[in-house]
Ligand binder design. Structure first.
Ligand SMILES: Nc1ncnc2c1ncn2[C@@H]1O[C@H](COP(=O)(O)OP(=O)(O)OP(=O)(O)O)[C@@H](O)[C@H]1O
Length: 618
């Protein structure tokens, strides 16, 4: 019996995605043989019969085989079933191809079909379904689409990762990819952590894997997986601590979030910036994917804020953290990454007290093209005033995509120095400068995504309205972030998530009086005024009018709030707080090498997915 369209049918996932049954993987078999075998079998696996009878309203599982061409599979299935199944390759690993096949019945209800390419089959089921199915086009679907309904308001989430920008997608490949992905990190090249990894890699024939690490304790868990503090097993490397993010690919594939993990890994591989994570290695162990990153012993800024008087950061601390965040966002944008998940929880404090943005699974990777902007009229007053107030960065770029702002800064710097010789005062130079000098901007302003992604209180209006968003969302979230740092609360928080969203769309930004009065002491009062002005310009609802939306970070950096900030030297400034040095965990007595994985019994236990809880396999 089919369930009614629109009626809520409880979704009962397969208790655990199992690997193909004994003899299930048909090595080297051409698909035609495969389909023949499938057709001979009466037994449909994993609930596909149930799907047919309507017991499950929504169902998804995987087809698995060792044939790597999805087109070929599609055409074969088409010839067998006389229809075009709409399918999506979810992931390839262990030399197998995992597909998701989906059909719609006449009432437009999803009937995802479980298809394990094993001697057991569901192809007959597939044929029957196909006869009553309205086939949906592949392009309408994205495997990352999710039906989350009530996410925790402080938790990041995504409802649809579909985007018009080119999001890089590649499957998790097995084995260590250190050599290919993590070699060129000039900013961190001299770190002891790198050296230790290099030595281990050299000793292990170029490969780093889970067996080389000892997990010390769990640092935290998120939507995708757990993060562990770990050390290399070699006794000489005890001082080197790493954070290892471990995700269960099977569980993620089942939850349709594998792509998020892939995007995060791909982005991490490209990063090389003092305020962004260094990826030392990434590898797979069984069905786990592991990312070995820089460990931040200082916790996150959300926790750090709770320790501050009045649970708010002072203006000078806020300026420090916001300035470093601006530099990190600037770099990300130049690399074609829209971060989309800025919030204090994702800003970690490194051992030296400087920040590191973390958690890139909601980020958007897109193409970015340098633009040359020529100004025919002076910049708006506050910005013009600001541009005269500091010396721009003179640091040349160290990696390829970082083209513009820094070069631009260099030009300006030279130009300004030249003028300084003639006239030491700031005067009106900046206005002339904006008029005469072209600005090169590398900001992914053209990126467009319609994903509903982020954390409720941090969502930008254009994300909520679904009109498509680009890099301007990061400047909005910077405004919310700054507001929370200064006032200890976000600007649009309502009694419920829905109310929060309404407030974001409709309510103008206002600043609490009490906090303002508490901070009203001479210089801090002036600085608070400038902070409020910056926040107001970042929290402009129209993304086109928002500060940073057209000229990127260059606009933001010129704001008077940052007066006196030497952007090139921010990384050398003494941070407001430096966390105590973590003590390396004592090295345990040598034990037989054991890769931490689930026992056979654990693996065979039903997979019980509860969306509100973190999964823990370690
Ligand atoms: N490099 C690190 N150093 C120290 N702690 C870390 C590090 N990376 C992550 N953590 C801790 O692990 C927690 C989970 O990490 P992360 O946010 O990256 O996971 P996630 O699964 O992507 O989470 P989310 O649900 O936010 O997407 C963080 O809140 C943080 O406390």
């Amino acid at each position: 019996m089919q369930h009614e369209a629109g009626g809520e049918v409880p979704f009962r996932p397969p208790r655990r995605l199992r690997r193909p049954a004994q003899g299930g993987v048909i090595h080297g078999a051409p698909l035609v043989c495969l389909t023949a075998q499938l057709l001979q079998s009466d037994r449909a696996l994993c609930g596909s019969k149930n799907a047919l009878t309507g017991a499950y309203g929504s169902y998804q599982s995987f087809a698995c085989c060792n044939i790597t061409s999805k087109k070929r599979i599609a055409s074969r299935i088409k010839s067998s079933t006389n229809t075009s199944p709409w399918f999506k390759v979810l992931v390839t690993f262990n030399c197998k191809l995992y597909l998701s096949l989906s059909f719609f019945n006449t009432k437009a209800t999803y009937l995802h079909l479980a298809l394990h390419v094993t001697p057991s089959s569901c192809l007959r089921t597939l044929s029957q379904l196909a006869s009553m199915a309205a086939i949906k086009e592949e392009s309408d679907y994205d495997s990352s689409r999710s039906s989350l309904t009530a996410p925790d308001s402080r938790r990041s989430w995504i409802s649809d990762i579909g985007s018009s920008s080119s999001v890089s997608v590649c499957s998790f490949g097995g084995g260590d990819t250190l050599a290919s992905s993590c070699r060129y990190k000039p900013h961190k090249a001299n770190q002891a952590e790198w050296e230790a990894i290099r030595r281990v890699r050299a000793a292990a024939g170029g490969r780093v894997g889970l067996e080389h690490f000892r997990l010390v304790r769990r640092l935290g868990s998120g939507d995708l997986g757990n993060v562990y503090l770990c050390q290399l097993r070699e006794p000489w490397s005890t001082g080197c601590l790493y954070a290892m993010k471990v995700v269960d690919k099977e569980a993620l594939a089942f939850r349709k979030k594998l792509r998020r993990a892939e995007v995060e890994r791909d982005i991490l591989r490209t990063l090389d910036h003092p305020f962004l994570p260094t990826l030392y290695a990434d590898f797979e162990a069984s069905h786990y994917a592991c990312l070995v990153m820089e460990f931040c012993p200082g916790g996150d800024l959300h926790v750090a804020r709770q320790r501050q008087p009045g649970r708010r950061f002072s203006i000078s601390s806020t300026r420090f953290y916001v300035a470093e965040t601006v530099l990190a966002l600037e770099y990300l944008h130049m690399m074609g990454v829209v971060y989309r998940d800025l919030k204090p929880e994702n800003v970690l404090v490194r051992g030296d007290g400087h920040i590191m943005l973390s958690d890139f699974d909601l980020s958007l990777k897109c193409d970015v093209v340098a633009k040359l902007l020529r100004h025919s009229k002076p910049a708006p007053a506050p910005l013009a005033a600001a541009s005269s107030s500091h010396v721009p960065s003179c640091v040349p770029p160290t990696i390829q995509p970082v083209l513009s702002c820094l070069f631009n800064g260099m030009n300006k710097c030279h130009a300004k120095e030249g003028r300084r010789g003639a006239n030491d005062g700031d005067g009106d130079e900046s206005e002339q400068e904006t008029e005469t000098e072209p600005e090169v901007v590398v900001e992914p302003v053209a990126a467009r995504s319609k994903s509903f992604v982020g954390t409720h209180e941090y969502l930008a209006p254009e994300v909520i309205s679904g009109q498509g968003h680009g890099s301007a969302v990061d400047w909005w979230t910077l405004g919310v972030f700054m507001y929370e740092m200064v006032y200890g609360q976000t600007p649009f928080k309502g009694e419920s998530n829905e109310k929060t969203l309404v407030n974001i769309i409709k309510q103008p930004v206002s600043f609490p009086r009490i906090a303002a009065a508490a901070a009203a002491s001479g210089r801090e009062w002036d600085e608070l005024q400038r902070a409020q002005d910056l926040m107001s310009q970042l929290l402009v609802k129209n993304p086109k009018k928002r500060l940073g939306s057209s000229m990127g970070s260059a606009e933001v950096k010129k704001h008077p709030f940052f007066k006196g900030v030497n952007w090139a030297l921010v990384r050398s400034v003494r941070p407001p707080e430096v966390p105590p040095k973590p003590r390396p965990a004592p090295t345990p007595a040598p034990a037989p090498k054991k890769v931490m994985m689930m026992s056979k019994k654990e693996r065979q236990e039903p997979y019980n997915y509860r969306p509100d809880e973190h999964f823990e396999y370690f």
